[in-house]
Design a protein around this ligand. Structure first.
Ligand code: SF4
Length: 355
C-alpha cells in the first residue's frame, strides 16, 4: 500500500498510466482529497467503481496520530507532537497571526547540523521525513481546525478559516532533505493540492548552499529565511558548524545570484544572545555583509534552552542593535518567538529518542 500523501500530481499520473487509466483522474483525486479531507480518497465521486476499488487497494490515507497537544497561554500558539509509523516523533507548531494562520512544519526527525544554540541539534539526525509525512502535518492540522472552530473563533477568524502560510522552520535543516521538501512544495502549491501560493511558503536554512541552488531551480519564487546568528566567520563556525563547509560569504554570494533572478527579499533571522552576538561591532559587521543583498532582518529574542549557557540579550542592547541596522537603511523587526511557555519557539523543538 502506498501513502497517498507521498504522491505529487505527476506521480499519480504515472500510476494511472501504469494501470491503463486516464491521467485526468489524478486531478480529481488531488482536488477531492485536499479540498474535502475525506477519510478515504477512493470516495472521489467522479471515479468509476472499478477505479475506486483499485485506488482502495493501492493507497492509504490516514491523518497523523496526535500524541500531545499544548496551547500557549501567552498567544494561543499550539504545539502538536505527532507519532510516526516507526514511533519517531515530530513537532509542528500552529501560529495565529493577524490575517493569516501559519503552520511551522518539520522536515526531519532531529537534525545533523549541531548548531549549539538549538535544542533540536541535541537529538542528532534520526532520519529524513518522507514527502507524505511532511504533507500529512498540514493535512492533520487542517482537519483539526475543521473540528475545532472554537480555537478559530477565539482568535478572531472565520469558522471556515484554515492554514494559509507554511514555514519550513520546525525540526531539521530542510535543505538537508531537499528532494522531499521540493516534492512537498509541489503538492502544497499545486492548484489542485493545498493551493497555497509560493510566496506564502518559506524555507529556512542555516546556510546550505547546494540545497539553496536546487530549491531555487525548482521553485524560484519561494521566500528564503537565513538563520545567520553571527556575521563573523570564525565566531559563526564555532556555533554553527555548517559555516565551515559553506562560509557565510559563500551563502550570501549564492543568495545574491538567486535575487538577480527573483528579486525577492531574503529574510535574515538573527536570534540575539547576550555577550555573543549583541554588540555594536556585530551590528556594524552585519550591516556590511548584508549590503549587497535585498534583506529584511528579524531580530529574535533568543529562547534559552536547557543545557546551554546562552541567555537572551538585554532589551537595551537589542534596541541599540536594531537602531544601527535601521539607520543603515534596513527594514528591521524585533520579535519574540511564539509559544515560549510551551517550548514551541525557534530552536526549542525536541523529542526524546525511544529507548
Ligand atoms: S538551528 Fe536548524 S539547522 Fe541548526 S541544528 Fe537547529 S534545526 Fe538544525
Amino acid at each position: 500500500m502506498r501513502d497517498f500523501f507521498n504522491s505529487t500530481r505527476k506521480d499519480l499520473k504515472s500510476y494511472l498510466s501504469e494501470i491503463s487509466e486516464s491521467v485526468v483522474h489524478a486531478v480529481s483525486l488531488l482536488k477531492y482529497v485536499y479540498k474535502n479531507a475525506p477519510a478515504k480518497p477512493w470516495e472521489t465521486p467522479t471515479l468509476s467503481i472499478k477505479l475506486k476499488k483499485i485506488i482502495n487497494n493501492s493507497f492509504y490515507l490516514k491523518p497523523l496520530e496526535i500524541i500531545c497537544f499544548q496551547e500557549s497561554k501567552l498567544d494561543s500558539t499550539i504545539k502538536f507532537v505527532f507519532n510516526l509509523k516507526d514511533s519517531a516523533q515530530i513537532e509542528t507548531v500552529l501560529m495565529p497571526e493577524p490575517h493569516r494562520i501559519t503552520l511551522c512544519i518539520s522536515s526531519q526527525v532531529g537534525c545533523r547540523q549541531a548548531c549549539s544554540f538549538c535544542q533540536t541539534s541535541r537529538m542528532g539526525l534520526v532520519r529524513n521525513l518522507t514527502t507524505g509525512e511532511i504533507i500529512n502535518q498540514i493535512y492533520t492540522v487542517k482537519l483539526w481546525l475543521k473540528n475545532n472552530s472554537d480555537w478559530l473563533i477565539k482568535n478572531n477568524y472565520d469558522v471556515n478559516s484554515t492554514v494559509s502560510n507554511i514555514v519550513f522552520m520546525g525540526m531539521g535543516e530542510p535543505l538537508d532533505n531537499v528532494s522531499d521538501v521540493i516534492r512537498s512544495i509541489d503538492i502544497i502549491t499545486d492548484g489542485n493540492g493545498f493551493e497555497i501560493a509560493q510566496k506564502r511558503v518559506s524555507v529556512s536554512t542555516a546556510g546550505h548552499v547546494d540545497g539553496l541552488k536546487k530549491l531555487h531551480n525548482a521553485f524560484p519564487r519561494i521566500p528564503i529565511a537565513l538563520s545567520l546568528l553571527n556575521p563573523f566567520e570564525s565566531e559563526r563556525s564555532k556555533f554553527m558548524p555548517i559555516n565551515k563547509k559553506w562560509p557565510i560569504s559563500e551563502v550570501i554570494k549564492t543568495l545574491i545570484q538567486i535575487q538577480k533572478e527573483n528579486n525577492k527579499f531574503v529574510f535574515i533571522q538573527y536570534p540575539m544572545i547576550k555577550d555573543f552576538n549583541d554588540t555594536k561591532k556585530h551590528a556594524i559587521k552585519l550591516s556590511e555583509i548584508l549590503e549587497p543583498l535585498n534583506a529584511r532582518i528579524n531580530i529574535i529574542h533568543y529562547n534559552p534552552i536547557n543545557d546551554a549557557n546562552f541567555e537572551t540579550a538585554d532589551s537595551g542592547n537589542i534596541q541599540l542593535f536594531r537602531d544601527i541596522l535601521h539607520n543603515a537603511g534596513y527594514m528591521v523587526t524585533v520579535r519574540k518567538s511564539n509559544g515560549q511557555d510551551i517550548s514551541a519557539g525557534c530552536g526549542q523543538l525536541i523529542q526524546k529518542k525511544k529507548k
